[in-house]
Design a protein around this ligand. Structure first.
Ligand code: CO8
Length: 373
């Protein structure tokens, strides 16, 4: 029976960063302008004044200190409040394709592979620049890979759901090796004018190479022991942007065409579900939480991750056991748990167990239990 191995990972980090103070300064300048512009309506009670944001709140509520973004200037311009990413001609590589190629090449190099060893590319992320041609096929072509490619979207769980698809393809012999790539440009669909969420997201791209175990040297990579996916419908994280928007002009430009959420409800509903999913997944594999050396959790909220880790372990997790990249990257949607895995897997010995777990909109949860080879 063919078994799958994660043999390499890659990461593209946009060079530009915005720290909380910079983001808050721009937001508060926007708020001042908005309130001045609508002073009369605010004074006569027909419009509510916007409230200022604060760096202290952001760090305490989320653990985020800064984020990497494709474009800083547009986001920090109080007259714009959105990234400026110029459209490109159809003959130029897409932004997501460029990010993906860097991350995929790193994953291949880490595994000691070339594109000739790969049969498939799955682009898995929250938002694609266009519906078609599939972003994955452009990435496949830019890398020079034969075989096939497709796009998939399960919001924050895209990468783990993509991983399961890649593992299935390798284990059933459809592909020798598969790249799962997650080019997340979250700043493109974040409402920087919304105080409740303007600080949440950042941009990044991850790539994972999944291969047949018999093709990977002993001691290299991670055996996949099992995957478990779970979805439960919820409107608490939602984005109504879509191709039908043009069929009703009244909705164009409304806040629901960007990311919106009931953050507190998400926190309360998703945290126990994640802990239970990881626990039952481990049990189904004959394992216990105490067997886990590391948890590479989705990076949405530090308090949420600490709570989940505590529920699983029955005690507080150390930073080594549940690494955090949220402070530096913010929430990069599906890329988050993979960035944590990419940056924080040193110090594990052969046989050590870990879990990569994503969770987010849908709701969706993806758990991947792995063992250091
Ligand atoms: N500055 C100062 N004060 C603020 C701010 C701010 N920026 N924002 C809110 N406040 C105030 C509120 O008004 C409120 O005041 P009051 O108590 O007087 O009413 C108080 O602070 C507390 O507000 P909240 O209850 O909203 O604060 P929380 O402690 O709940 O923290 C969080 C808010 C950080 C959003 C938190 O609830 C959270 O992180 N929840 C989990 C969310 C989560 O995991 N979401 C997953 C979404 S990601 C995903 O699934 C991918 C989607 C696809 C990608 C989309 C890319 C764009």
């Amino acid at each position: 029976m063919i078994k799958a191995v994660i043999s390499g990972t890659g990461l593209y980090t946009p060079p530009a960063t915005i720290d909380n103070d910079e983001l808050v300064e721009a937001f508060n300048a926007y708020v001042d302008k908005y309130n001045a512009l609508h002073a009369e309506a605010i004074a006569n009670g027909t419009l509510e004044a916007l409230q200022p944001s604060s760096s202290a709140f952001i760090e305490k509520a989320s653990g985020i200190k800064r984020r990497h973004v494709i474009d800083r200037e547009g986001i920090l311009d109080p007259d714009r409040m959105r990234p400026r990413i110029p459209e490109r001609s159809d003959d130029e590589p897409s932004v997501q394709c460029e990010m993906a190629v860097v991350a995929c090449r790193e994953a291949l190099a880490q595994a000691g592979r070339t594109v000739a060893d790969v049969d498939a590319v799955i682009a898995a992320c929250s938002n694609f620049q266009r519906p078609y041609p599939a972003m994955s096929i452009e990435i496949q072509q830019a890398l020079g890979i034969d075989g096939f490619a497709y796009d998939m979207n399960v919001a924050c769980s895209s990468a783990t759901f993509g991983l399961q698809a890649a593992i299935n393809a390798v284990e059933n012999g459809t592909a020798r090796a598969v790249l799962v790539v997650s080019p997340e440009i979250c700043s493109g669909h974040l409402n920087f004018c919304d105080r409740d969420s303007h600080f949440i997201f950042g941009d990044a791209c991850t790539a994972i190479l999944v291969e047949r175990a018999d093709a990977v040297a002993e001691g290299a990579g991670f055996d996949v022991l099992g995957t478990r996916l779970l979805t439960r419908f919820s409107n608490n994280i939602r984005n109504n942007f879509g191709f039908l928007n043009r069929a009703d002009e009244s909705g164009v430009g409304k806040p629901d065409k960007l990311f919106i959420q009931q953050g507190r409800k998400v926190f309360k509903e998703v945290s126990p579900l994640v802990a239970e999913t990881i626990q039952t997944h481990l049990e189904s594999l004959g394992l216990q939480a105490t067997d886990l050396k590391r948890m590479w959790l989705h990076q949405a909220n530090l308090n949420m991750n600490q709570l989940i880790a505590r529920r699983i372990l029955g005690r507080d997790a150390t930073e080594e056991e549940a690494p955090v990249i949220l402070d530096e990257y913010a929430n990069t949607s599906s890329a988050g748990s993979i960035i944590a895995f990419h940056l924080h897997r040193q110090g594990l010995a052969t046989g050590d167990l870990g879990v990569i777990c994503s969770f987010g909109a849908g709701y969706s949860i993806g758990s991947v239990v792995i063992r250091k080879r």
